[in-house]
Design a binder for this molecule. Structure first.
Ligand code: ATP
Length: 293
């Protein structure tokens, strides 16, 4: 398990992290989300040992993460760290060699990842000649080439076209399926919702909601239904609030303890019911709720 435990960090007067904790189990994909300036990059830098926390610690498999441990992590920093003048295959191969692979194995692993990430046609080009999206794919190849135990990625999907997103997403799912914890930050909440087993929402350096999307949706939350039926039937039902009405479609929220069958009965009494669907809040809805000022 990768454990981020009670991290605190100040930059002068700015409190960037205020006791932030979360953990990621092996084989799990963890989405780390929050508004600009919430503390995501600071957290990731601390996990990777680039920045020291004022207090708190990071543990991997129960031991405090140190320089040696971090060498076994794969990462994509926010400031993409490739050498612009170096050729793509040379660069990724070189990084694998730095991690102890023989030159031959390093180049083979590099070529394999470039192929997997759809950039093998650019293997002989200089990094600076690639589009930003393709540079990002190379950056992920660089993060994966030494077969890391853990992946920590700062906004790996930003700036990618939908095909690039799919390619990276498949690669990351493969890593999680191989039993590694994968943590990534993103502002693309639909993507996080689709990909992640668990999500942490950070606000002002603190985790304000964490768990599976289902956990975040929560049992105590009022239930909502979308109902398509004729007439103004939902207006005066006890325990029912109409949230939205568009033509014959009503989104109704039920007070705690109100049976949804009552809602259905009332709709059917008014006329034929063409739709009756529970409405689940999206991660974007949940995010807006917990980070709202
Ligand atoms: N080197 C620094 N010096 C001073 N303040 C900093 C520094 N780095 C970050 N901060 C501040 O710390 C807070 C957290 O920043 P951080 O970069 O971790 O946020 P973030 O969640 O990654 O944001 P974004 O989504 O915009 O990338 C912000 O208030 C930021 O201005």
């Amino acid at each position: 398990m990768l454990e981020i435990d009670s991290l605190r960090k100040r930059y002068g007067d700015v409190v960037a992290l205020d006791g932030l904790s979360f953990s990621v189990e092996p084989g799990r994909m963890y989405g780390f989300v929050g508004r600009n300036g919430a503390g995501k990059t600071t957290t990731m830098r601390i996990v990777l040992g680039v920045l020291a926390p004022d207090s708190g610690e990071v543990r991997w498999r129960g031991s405090r993460v140190d320089r040696d441990t971090v060498r076994r992590f794969g990462y994509m920093p926010e400031e993409r760290g490739l050498y612009p003048k170096m050729r793509v295959l040379d660069q990724v191969g070189y990084l694998a060699e730095l991690h102890g692979a023989s030159r031959r194995d390093a180049r083979a692993a590099a070529a394999r990842w470039l192929e997997e990430l759809g950039v093998s046609a650019r293997a002989g080009d200089r990094v600076e000649e690639l589009s930003l999206g393709n540079q990002q794919r190379v950056q992920l190849a660089a993060a994966l080439v030494h077969d890391p135990e853990v992946l920590v990625l700062d906004e790996p999907f930003s700036g990618l076209d939908p095909v690039g997103v799919d390619v990276l997403a498949e690669a990351l799912k493969g890593q999680a399926a191989a039993g590694k914890p994968v943590v990534f930050s993103s502002h693309q909440l639909d993507l996080v919702e689709r990909m992640c087993d668990a999500v942490g929402i950070v606000r002002d350096g603190r985790m304000v909601a964490a768990g599976t999307i289902e956990d975040l949706r929560g049992d105590g939350r009022p239930r909502r239904y979308r109902v398509e039926a004729t007439g103004g039937w939902a207006a005066d039902l006890a325990g029912v609030t109409v949230i939205e009405r568009r033509g014959d479609v009503v989104v109704a929220e039920l007070a705690h303890g109100v049976d949804e069958q009552l809602l259905l009965d009332a709709a059917r009494a008014a006329g034929p019911v063409r739709e009756f669907t529970p409405v689940k809040p999206s991660l974007t809805d949940l995010f807006r709720e917990v980070v709202a000022e």
